[in-house]
Structure formats: structure tokens, C-alpha cells
Design a protein around this ligand. Structure first.
Ligand code: IPM
Ligand code: MG
Length: 422
């Protein structure tokens, strides 16, 4: 591939001098950036799907140690409380590593419906698209439950994922030894569980057409379409194979190919990619009903799971209960090139909103995932993750993971403990 110079940029900061040369191949729209004078030369071969502007901004922030621009979406319910805590932790962890964040707050979900009559207003979409990453808390609440589906807070979340093309949702379910007794399952079943669910997030029955409610033969019928193209299956399968390769090397593809054509194609494509490009990864196939059962019977049999949108939605809630609390699970939704969305798996918990009872750890861990996967800041991520482990080791628990002999704290205090541990 031949690259020709596109532009050059030289910047000098108090800390280091950087020259950035950007080369652009017009025929493939691929971009290559070379940074000079900052230790070993770094070359970044960027995804051709990445827009020029995005890749330029992204690499500038990676290479020049610039400020990382985060759109923060506190959303509804406990969202604002856990967001406050997560931002403090992120800033403090960043300070220690010499990294700076610029936060732009925007509305989504019920809060956006109240202010703009739209769960995902244009100004929010623009801010998200102009960021390096999006940190989202949770959406929804009783207040908006009676609205029609297209106006509900959930629609805002689905539109956010679709607009950023955040197709790969990574949901780790790790049972920390400190919390093995917090699960409703026996310690010996859950201890040591370390599962990564890779859920396809912008396709399948959530988005398939046709869909609707209409009158047929004198009565109303409701219908949706579960649909996946080969290319959609291909791209999610590759993310999962890559992840499995970095983990224990085992991938289980979950579908319902004994009944559904969409699953037959899924299985065929995943098998083909495995044989051709990932022969080193041990691939297995499981029907969703069996997977749901095996998940509580013998969760340790799973390493990495890849599945479609709706099966992944259900399995990830189930997996979260292995860990004792939904309040512990972070997630990352990654796109090809643009900003990803980082959010806890749990919801907005309107019943405890504003009472300082929420567990902020899933949100804090989502911020860590953002640093690791979205901003290429593994050291900041490590710091945050160790601080969370440290807080648990020191015996601090929020109500949802409380056990006898431990110190029960609220949302803010848990945040303060994590800050001390940094
Ligand atoms: C999730 C949630 C969402 C989903 C809802 C709130 C739309 O359950 O992130 O798992 O179904 O994807
Ligand atoms: Mg869900």
C-alpha cells in the first residue's frame, strides 16, 4: 500500500516534542500516522472505515498526550450519583498518570425526554460523535414507563448505540474472590468464574425490519424480525475470536440453529471464520436454552461467548448474577474506529435513586474499560481496577454486596474509599 503525505504537525509541550506526520492513501482512504521524537517511532495503521476526522483526532490524542474528550451521559435514576463518583476517580487516576480528560455532559433517556421531548437529542448525538469515548450511566424510570416504545428512554440508548455503530458489546462477568459468597449460587460453583460475553449490539431482532403492530384477520398482531447478514456475523465473530485468543483460547458461539434460519447462518459463518482464520481457538456451539442452563450448572466451563443481540441481553443478565450483583459489572460497546460507549450493565434503579445507596463500582469499572479499550490508557485502567479491588479487600461494601463482618457504605463513601486506594 502506498501512502502519500497528507499533512505534518509539529507540537512541543513542556514534557515532550512531537512531530506527527499523517499520510493518506486516497485509493483506500487508509491513513497512517507516524510520531517522531517521542521514544520509539510509533506507526498506527488505521482502519479504513474510520473517517478522516475521527482518526486524526483520535491519534492526535493518543500520540500527543492531548486531553481525552469524553461525553458523559448520566441519564436517569442513580445515573447522576454514580457518574459523579466515576468522574472523580477517573480524574484522580488520570492525574497520577499525567493524562487529562475533558468532560462534556449531555442528556439521554428520560432526562432528555423531559428537556427536549426526545430520548437522544441531536445535540447529544453530536457531542458523542465528536468525542474520543462516551461514558454512560443508566437510563429509564417509572415516570416514562407508559410512553409508547419509540418515545421511551430505552429508545435513546438503542439510537445511541446505532448512531455510533457500536456493534461489539463486551460484557465480562468475573467473580472476585472477595465477593464469591455474595452470589446466590454456591461458592464452589462460582469461585474462579471469568466469562466474557461478546454480544452483537446493533443488529438482530432489536433493529430488524419489518417490525410493528397491526391488524390482521380482525385482531392485532405484533411482530419483529431477527435478521443478520454474513458481514454482520463476520465482524462480531472476529472481535470474539480475537478476545478468546487473548484469554483462555476457547470460544462458545450461542444461537438457536435447531429452529431459526438466522442462527443457521450465524453458525455457518462463525464456523467458517474459525476454521480459516482462528484454528488456534477452540470453537464450540451451543443452543441458547442449553447455554442458559449451563451458565448456572457449570459456569466455569465458559471462557468467551459470542452471541446475537437478544440472546446476549438475556445471557449477560444471567451471568451477572454469578458475580453476586449487577452492581459490579461494566461493559464496553466498541465500533470500528469511532468512539465507543462504556456503561455499567445494570439499570437506573429508580427505587434507590438519590438516596446515596447505589453501588458505583460497575460505573467506575466501566470508566476503566473506557481507558483500556477506547483511549489506549492501560495504566490508568490498571490503576482504577486495582483501586476497586483494594476497596473490596479493605472490607467496604455497598448494600447490594453487603456481607456480615464488612463495612457498609453508601455510593459517595465507596467512591472516597476507591479514591484513597488510587
Ligand atoms: C442492556 C439493556 C438494554 C438492552 C435496554 C435498556 C434497551 O437491557 O443494555 O442490556 O436491551 O440492550
Ligand atoms: Mg439487558
Amino acid at each position: 500500500m502506498r501512502f502519500r503525505p497528507f499533512f505534518e504537525l509539529h507540537s512541543t509541550s513542556r514534557f515532550h516534542k512531537t512531530s506527527l506526520i499523517v499520510r493518506f492513501n486516497p485509493s483506500t482512504a487508509a491513513i497512517k500516522m507516524i510520531a517522531i521524537n517521542m521514544g520509539p517511532t510509533r506507526q498506527i495503521g488505521l482502519n479504513s472505515q474510520m473517517s478522516l476526522r475521527q482518526s486524526h483526532q483520535r491519534s492526535l490524542s493518543t500520540i500527543c498526550n492531548a486531553t481525552h474528550r469524553i461525553t458523559v451521559l448520566p441519564g436517569d435514576g442513580i445515573g447522576p450519583e454514580i457518574t459523579d463518583v466515576a468522574i472523580k476517580v477517573l480524574q484522580a487516576a488520570g492525574d497520577k498518570e499525567g493524562e487529562q480528560f475533558a468532560f462534556t455532559e449531555a442528556l439521554i433517556g428520560g432526562a432528555a425526554i423531559d428537556a427536549h421531548q426526545d430520548p437522544y437529542p441531536e445535540v447529544t448525538e453530536k457531542s458523542c460523535k465528536d468525542s474520543d469515548a462516551v461514558l454512560l450511566a443508566a437510563i429509564g424510570g417509572y415516570k416514562w414507563d407508559s410512553l409508547p416504545p419509540v418515545q421511551r428512554p430505552e429508545k435513546g440508548l438503542l439510537r445511541l448505540r446505532a448512531s455510533l455503530n457500536a456493534f461489539a458489546n463486551l460484557r465480562p462477568a468475573v467473580v472476585l474472590p472477595q465477593l464469591a459468597d455474595a452470589s446466590t449460587l454456591k461458592r464452589e460453583v462460582v469461585e474462579g468464574v471469568d466469562i466474557l460475553i461478546v454480544r452483537e449490539l446493533v443488529g438482530g431482532i432489536y433493529f430488524g425490519q419489518p417490525r410493528g403492530i397491526e391488524v390482521r384477520n380482525g385482531e392485532r398482531v405484533g411482530y419483529n424480525t431477527d435478521i443478520y447478514s454474513e458481514s454482520e456475523i463476520d465482524r462480531i465473530a472476529r472481535v470474539a475470536f480475537e478476545a478468546a485468543r487473548k484469554r483462555k483460547g476457547r470460544l462458545c458461539s450461542v444461537e438457536k440453529s435447531n429452529v431459526l434460519e438466522v442462527s443457521q447462518l450465524w453458525k455457518e459463518v462463525v464456523t467458517r471464520i474459525g476454521e480459516k482464520d482462528y484454528p488456534d481457538v477452540e470453537l464450540s456451539h451451543m443452543y441458547i436454552d442449553n447455554a442458559a442452563m449451563q451458565m448456572i450448572r457449570n459456569p466455569k466451563s465458559f471462557d468467551t461467548i459470542v452471541t446475537g443481540n437478544i440472546f446476549g441481553d438475556i445471557l449477560s443478565d444471567e451471568a451477572s448474577m454469578l458475580t453476586g450483583s449487577l452492581g459490579m459489572l461494566p461493559s464496553a460497546s466498541i465500533s470500528s474506529g469511532g468512539p465507543g460507549v462504556y456503561e455499567p450493565v445494570h439499570g437506573s434503579a429508580p427505587d434507590i435513586a438519590g438516596k446515596d445507596l447505589a453501588n458505583p463500582l460497575a460505573m467506575i469499572l466501566s470508566a476503566a474499560m473506557m481507558c483500556r479499550y477506547g483511549l489506549a490508557l492501560p495504566k490508568v485502567a490498571d490503576r482504577i481496577e486495582s483501586a476497586v479491588t483494594g476497596a473490596l479487600d479493605a472490607g467496604y461494601r455497598t448494600g447490594d454486596i453487603m456481607q456480615t463482618g464488612m463495612k457498609q457504605v453508601g455510593c459517595k463513601e465507596m467512591g472516597d474509599v476507591v479514591l484513597q486506594q488510587l
